[in-house]
Design a protein around this ligand. Structure first.
Ligand code: GCU
Length: 345
């Protein structure tokens, strides 16, 4: 019964979308059966990703909790634009939600940098413990409301990032010398990869595969799931465990769309957020394991013989410059240190 209702809602969402496309309206406007409001959620990874599944679950639960007044429809594979384009679309009100990397957000508020620094979190549990304290992160989560129309609802684990490339296993910083490595559109990651020994090339996700294929890039850095599901593994088969970054992803919502909800519907949405966080976090380990299996089956060389300490000391200047400068960053840094002490590697 639940499935057919979801199917009906999906059909309505598609109709609303085509109406919106024809009439120039937004899918966030009330349209379709029972004036249901369908929020578009932009996502730059595949449909088997935990964040896609968590967003789908949110749509179903929100529909139930608001008696059909609201739902969320996720669009995978950059259908609504790259992450940087989607942020603009969210900001100008043409979409209502998205998953975004903390790396992308540091372009709007430097304080995001603290959780984006290399070797910041000692373990996945430490990262999740910090993200499980949204009340302590309220200043950060609301910091883009006035300037960008963006409210952050939650942060989730988004993998451990490692370096992969077309040429060779990477064991120490010298192995990266001269290699052109893709990073996210983030100043801290440009500096990070340079300090690690490579040449940085900031690009959107969708541009990476062909740049690797044609040799414009030598490599990139990401978790195993992105590496395998976006088929970078086929063109850059050396994946080396530098373990340099655990960078969170955040669930963003349009501040305006949030404010337009009735207090009752907004409370219903906010009550569902811990569930979204839990689903996205819990499914991640399994997704990594199946990605590694798939990578091995297609001939990837996973290399764990890496001098992590050498990479760690190479990036110390970035960490020193980034955390010492203001009070809110120091507070975030302190949260990380406490979580690291409670959840060591
Ligand atoms: C990860 C992360 C995304 C990010 C991507 C990237 O997949 O979850 O939010 O956009 O890496 O490196 O671009």
């Amino acid at each position: 019964m639940k499935a057919s209702r979801a199917g009906l809602l999906t059909a309505i969402a598609v109709i609303s979308l085509s109406l919106a496309a024809c009439g120039g309206g937004s899918a966030g406007e009330s349209q379709g059966r029972d004036s249901q409001t369908v929020w578009k959620l932009a996502f730059n990874q595949t449909e088997d990703h935990p964040q896609y599944k968590a967003a789908k679950q949110l749509g179903e639960l929100l529909d139930e909790a608001t008696e059909g007044r609201y739902t969320v429809r996720p669009y995978a594979n950059e259908q609504l634009g790259s992450q940087t384009q989607a942020i603009q679309n969210l900001s100008n009100g043409t979409i209502e939600m998205m998953w975004a990397s903390s790396g992308t957000l540091e372009n709007f508020n430097d304080d995001f940098i603290v959780f984006n620094l290399p070797y910041m979190f000692d373990s996945i549990d430490a990262q999740e413990a910090v993200l499980a304290q949204p009340e302590e992160l309220q200043d950060l989560y609301t910091s883009l409301e006035d300037s960008k129309n963006i409210t952050i609802l939650t942060g989730v684990h988004a993998g451990v990032r490692n370096i992969y490339n077309r040429r060779q296993p990477i064991r120490e910083p010298a192995d990266l010398s001269g290699l052109k490595i893709r990073v996210q559109q983030s100043d801290s990651q440009v500096r990070m990869i340079e300090l690690m020994g490579a040449v940085a090339s900031p690009l959107d996700t969708g541009e990476i595969y062909s740049a690797l294929q044609t040799g414009v890039l030598d490599g990139a850095e990401n978790n195993e799931t992105v590496y395998v599901s976006l088929k970078h593994s086929e063109v850059a088969p050396y994946y080396s465990y530098t373990r340099h970054l655990l960078i969170p992803d955040y669930l963003l919502v349009s501040t305006k769309a949030l404010n337009e909800m009735s207090p009752q519907d907004r409370a219903a949405l906010l009550e569902l957020i811990p569930q979204v966080q839990q689903t996205a976090n819990e499914l991640f380990a399994e997704f990594v394991a199946s990605s590694i299996e798939q990578g091995l089956a297609t001939g990837v060389q996973f290399n764990d013989d890496v001098d992590v300490e050498a990479f760690k000391s190479s990036v110390q200047p970035l960490i020193a410059d980034s955390v010492s400068t203001n009070e809110s960053r120091q507070k975030m840094y302190q949260m990380v240190q406490e979580a690291n002490a409670a959840h060591p590697a």
